[in-house]
Ligand binder design. Structure first.
Ligand code: NAD
Length: 476
């Protein structure tokens, strides 16, 4: 799959292999974009801002986003194939989550764009000053300029389009870099954008690794006006250091160690089923997945037994994204066992007796009995694993949930309405779900507290990040 720079496909002499995580085979080669290619992409994006794209009206940009959504819909199966091949995820997941959400991302910002652009242009504050007499203030939104979009491997198309759509909606130009593990759907996105025909340079795609590669070239580039990044918190720190040199604004969606609080008054079946899903969806490789479960003591034993039984019965799950990531997850499984954990379910590598035994699978795993300061309880594992611990009071539950460097998402399971609102307001997380998990409305603020991110995206929040407000003060 080629890169895409200044409206044309681009190959590089340097490439790296793309590996199918279901069986470890090499299925293609990806260009490792050089510093020169990244520089050309940034220059093309800068030039496009000064061309006709800089004068497009919101309706035209909304129409472009709708055409992109329409072409993804037309080529739905190709996008599904690309996501399945790169990630090894079950096909149904790509068909019901990844590709529909990518289409939804473009449609949502097309819908939002017109209304919010109108509102911004119509915000006016009349005033008076002793020297100047009457004045009228009104505010405009201007694009930030060239936006670097850097995305991870876990939801490749969904997370890239989550930033590309609002960046284009706000009138920016984009240089995007997908994860080196999952470049295929981004290459298809470049094809689709080419087909719908914005001016060359409005959207550019570079491939390659992060440190010492295209990611670092892009984030350190003085021609980049903003960085929208989703990935690990440690990578966020590295990007912040690179961005500091040019005081480049950043929007960060980072890691998590998300808690679920299960109160004794919760619907038992729903709490178990919801926690099963929140811990094991996409083999735990969703940033919002639950890795810490706290259960009120009277129902603890029953809950653990039910969750363990359901986890052991899971089938049809996908692999870890790579051999390295599988080894990382397994190192936490071993650490937990060595640290005295009770392994209620899983804890190792499944044996299928077919080609998947060469792939990067790990068992869905439920642990109990570790102290709160154990590394498997504190650090993000990003695999199909959760640790379950008991609590006695609401205050203790909130303290346990908040005792983490992260603050991305949380789930609360209770039938007590007052408690639900009370606890939700005390949890340090960007999103709190009550009696549900991962229900998303694209207009709501999305992001993390503490090491889980900087800023919020979603709806108006994205348009706020991807544009600069300008106040115009006119003496009248
Ligand atoms: P990662 O940070 O290793 O890589 C993400 C992207 O950053 C990749 O494209 C990579 O090439 C690039 N990159 C790496 N080092 C870089 C550097 N020094 N400079 C510039 N770019 C660099 O993350 P990952 O392993 O791909 O994804 C998993 C992580 O992402 C987990 O921590 C997960 O929680 C997080 N995540 C967060 C959210 C969210 O919305 N908060 C969503 C999905 C994933």
């Amino acid at each position: 799959m080629p890169a895409y720079v200044a409206g044309a496909s681009r190959w590089e002499s340097d490439t790296f292999p793309l590996v199918d995580p279901t069986d470890g085979t090499v299925v293609g080669h990806v260009p490792e974009c050089s510093a020169d290619t990244v520089d050309e992409a940034v220059s093309a994006a800068g030039a496009a801002l000064r061309g006709p794209w800089g004068d497009t009206c919101p309706e035209d940009r909304a129409a472009l986003l709708r055409r992109i959504a329409g072409r993804i819909q037309d080529r739905f199966d190709e996008f599904v194939d690309a996501e399945v091949r790169d990630t090894g995820r079950p096909r149904a997941f790509a068909e019901t989550v990844d590709v529909p959400r990518a289409i939804g991302n473009f449609r949502a910002y097309a819908d939002l764009l017109y209304g919010s652009a109108e509102r911004a242009y119509h915000t006016a504050i009349p005033g008076w000053s002793a020297g100047s007499g009457r004045v009228l203030n009104y505010s405009l939104r201007r694009p930030l300029g060239v936006v670097a979009v850097i995305s991870p491997w876990n939801l490749p198309l969904l997370l890239m389009t989550w930033k590309v759509a609002p960046a284009l909606a706000a009138g920016n130009t984009v240089v995007a870099k997908p994860s080196e593990e999952t470049p295929s759907s981004a290459a298809l996105l470049a094809e689709v954008i080419h087909e719908v025909g914005p001016p060359p340079g409005v959207f550019n795609l570079v491939h390659g690794h992060g440190p010492g590669g295209a990611g670092e070239f892009l984030t350190a580039h003085p021609g980049v006006d903003a960085i929208a990044f989703t990935g690990a918190s440690a990578t966020g720190s590295a990007i912040m250091r690179a961005a500091a040199a040019n005081v480049t604004p950043v929007s960060f969606e980072l890691g998590g160690k998300n808690p679920a609080l299960v109160f004794a008054d919760a619907d038992p079946a729903e709490a178990v089923a919801g926690t099963l899903r929140s811990a094991f969806a996409h083999s735990g490789q969703i940033c919002l997945c639950t890795e810490r479960v706290y259960v009120e003591r009277p129902i603890f034993a029953e809950f653990v037994a039910a969750l363990g039984e359901r986890a052991r019965a899971l089938t049809g799950y996908g692999p870890m994204i790579s051999a390295d990531h599988r080894d990382k997850v397994l190192s936490y499984y071993r650490m937990a066992a060595a640290g005295g954990a009770t392994v209620v379910a899983g804890g190792g590598v499944p044996v299928f007796g077919d080609a998947r035994d060469q792939g990067f699978y790990v068992e869905p795993t439920v642990l109990t009995g570790l102290p709160e300061n154990a590394r498997p309880v504190r650090e993000e594992i990003f695999g199909p694993v959760c640790h379950v611990a008991p609590f006695d009071t609401e205050d203790e539950a909130v303290l346990l949930a908040n005792d983490s460097p992260y603050g991305l998402a949380a789930a609360v399971w209770t039938r007590d309405l007052s408690r639900a609102h009370r606890v939700a307001s005390r949890i340090e997380a960007g999103t709190v779900w009550v009696n549900c998990w991962n229900v998303r409305d694209l207009r709501t603020p999305f992001g993390g507290m503490k090491a889980s991110g900087i800023g919020r995206e979603g709806g108006e929040h994205s348009l706020d990040f991807f544009s600069e407000p300008v106040n115009v003060c006119v003496q009248i």
